[in-house]
Ligand binder design. Sequence first.
Ligand SMILES: NC(=O)c1ccc[n+]([C@@H]2O[C@H](COP(=O)([O-])OP(=O)(O)OC[C@H]3O[C@@H](n4cnc5c(N)ncnc54)[C@H](OP(=O)(O)O)[C@@H]3O)[C@@H](O)[C@H]2O)c1
Length: 209
Amino acid sequence: MPVPGDVTDPAWVRQVVGTVVETLGGLDVLVNNAGVGLRAPVARLSPDDLHRVLAVNLLGPLHCTQEVLPYFRRQGEGLVINISSLAGVLPVPFLGGYSASKHALVALFRCLRAELRADGVRVMLVHPGSVDTDFRRHALGLPYPERRRSSRVGADRVAEVVARAAEAGREEVFTAWSDRALLTVARVVPRLAERVLLRRYGPDPAEDR
Ligand SMILES: NC(=O)c1ccc[n+]([C@@H]2O[C@H](COP(=O)([O-])OP(=O)(O)OC[C@H]3O[C@@H](n4cnc5c(N)ncnc54)[C@H](OP(=O)(O)O)[C@@H]3O)[C@@H](O)[C@H]2O)c1
């Protein structure tokens, strides 16, 4: 039952959650997937772009989650799935605003997970690296570099991994082994991970830094 709308609008979120419960008789899973990218050096990050990215990537999931929680709590179960990003667990240069929004999302929902454990409501965080969608084309700020990545996965692969992880009761989910490997490298040799990420998202020679 597709219902178009804007997750940054709390009134729409309230209305759509009410409609879903009324029409379908309940709610079991919320997937916070809506998101917008932003590529810009922090030195020239536009506050307006950052506001927009925080509104969609952080406040959107908060509005949606706060609306469904009373239903989940009442029934003593429910699952909130957040599509975060590898940029939510690794600071990615030239994606600073986006990375900040996803780091904030991760912190907020890890806190919520602990707060809800006693209520039987589960919170999952998904950290995809690069997914083959129009995300880069829709992003704000500078164009994303078109550097083809061997670790890029399809959206169907992400959906499959998430569905399996939900059934297995997992809380933190990666969608490619190489993303998890890069996170480990970042913990042990942070400057090496920084170099890899700069090569992926850093400026092209023609770009103004
Ligand atoms: N693609 C990647 O490489 C990648 C990597 C890591 C994480 N992610 C995350 O994956 C999630 C999905 O992104 P994607 O790759 O599928 O990108 P996408 O193709 O650009 O899709 C983004 C989706 O978010 C929706 N959306 C944007 N703003 C919205 C708003 N204010 N209210 C409601 N819906 C809104 C868009 O709807 P409309 O089309 O109607 O605007 C679209 O369906 C995002 O959270 C993104 O941060 C993506």
